[in-house]
Ligand binder design. Structure first.
Ligand code: PMV
Length: 327
């Protein structure tokens, strides 16, 4: 291999139409198409160095050596790359750091696996298209497929590994919206999304959620393209509620909401009724992503700040895709 080391930077993304449940768990082929926006200013930076000297893959996460679950997941992903690209014969030292809290509904695995994939491939010198990088990132964490392309992103399901990739349908500056994230817990979630995806079909509601997903996907994409906040807010909140209904009615049930989560959701609906252009959406965690137009972001942020339950507020405009920052 010519190059041995590379660093990539990826942002997490917030899904407006959610991905929940796989048609194929090993390949992470999703049960439904999804739409997201990359989150500018929040990022994971990962350096991968392939080395003859290593006998196992090593992970340093936010400055600390990790030999637990995170390292196993990283190593499993690198093994997938070794399997698909026989030219890679070495193990790797991986150094990764985030500038945002992990494990609480801010899609850290999306940024992590997008950055890991892009850095690991760049370090080998193999040149792949964005589509191919997105498919490979997907194998580590489904939503990571969406952190590879820029701005507003769609991920159609696809029937095979190669067909299931995400692509951009609008650049970051297409629509001036902001994700104001109300952090209400910094705890690592008890049930991760991989287990969650596997349990999605154990209740009665997932089939109904999947049946309507194509239509919600089309409505949401059009609302973004039209910059129509009213239509956007309606479909985004509905889709988030629907995913959480599936989670809560899975067997065993998954409850990601905390009391402050529900309080903020209620407030956001009030604020919208009063005229602010804001709506909420939640991933697999209790933190509330309040999506609003830029002119209302300061007001939304101030109102959230006034709530004692809100521990922290993060703000992100639409962001770019995964970048190689050094090779
Ligand atoms: O990529 P995963 O396996 O962490 O799944 C992410 C699932 C949600 O964040 C809940 C929804 C989504 O589409 O991002």
């Amino acid at each position: 291999m010519s190059r041995m080391t590379a660093t990539a930077r990826a942002t997490p993304n917030i899904a407006f139409i959610k991905y929940w449940g796989n048609r194929d768990d090993d390949l992470r082929l999703p049960a439904n198409p999804s739409i997201s926006m990359n989150l500018d200013g929040l990022h994971t930076e990962t350096t991968v160095t392939w080395s003859d000297k290593l006998t196992v893959d090593e992970l340093t996460l936010n400055g600390e050596k990790d030999t637990g679950e995170a390292c196993d997941r990283v190593s499993a992903h690198l093994s997938r790359l070794r399997q698909r690209f026989p030219v890679i014969t070495q193990y790797a030292a991986v150094k990764s750091s985030n500038n945002f809290p992990i494990g609480a509904g801010i899609a850290s695995s999306a940024a992590a696996f997008a950055a890991l994939t892009v850095a690991a491939v760049a370090a080998t010198g193999i040149e792949l298209s964005e589509h191919e990088l997105s498919t490979l990132a997907r194998l580590g964490s489904g939503s990571a497929a969406r952190s590879v392309p820029t701005g507003f992103v769609e991920w159609r399901t696809g029937n095979t590994h190669k067909e299931s990739y995400a692509e951009s349908f609008a650049p970051p500056d297409y629509w001036n919206i902001v994700d104001v994230i109300a952090v209400v817990s910094r705890e690592h979630k008890e049930v991760g999304s991989s287990a969650g995806h596997r349990s999605a079909s154990t209740g009665d509601l997932q089939a109904a959620r999947i049946a309507g997903a194509e239509e919600r996907f089309a409505v949401c994409k059009q609302a973004i393209l039209d910059r129509d906040f009213t239509a956007f807010a309606e479909v985004v909140e509905y889709d988030s509620n629907l995913m959480h209904a599936v989670m809560m009615t899975s067997r065993p049930p998954l409850f990601y909401w905390l009391p402050p989560t529900l309080m903020i959701m209620e407030q956001v609906r009030h604020w919208r009724a009063e005229g602010l252009q804001v709506c909420y959406t939640l991933d697999a965690g209790p933190n509330v992503h309040c999506i609003c137009v830029r002119k209302d972001a300061a007001k939304v942020s101030a109102r959230l700040k006034a709530m004692s339950e809100v521990l922290d507020i993060l703000k992100a405009a639409p962001g770019i895709g995964t970048q190689i920052i050094t090779t």
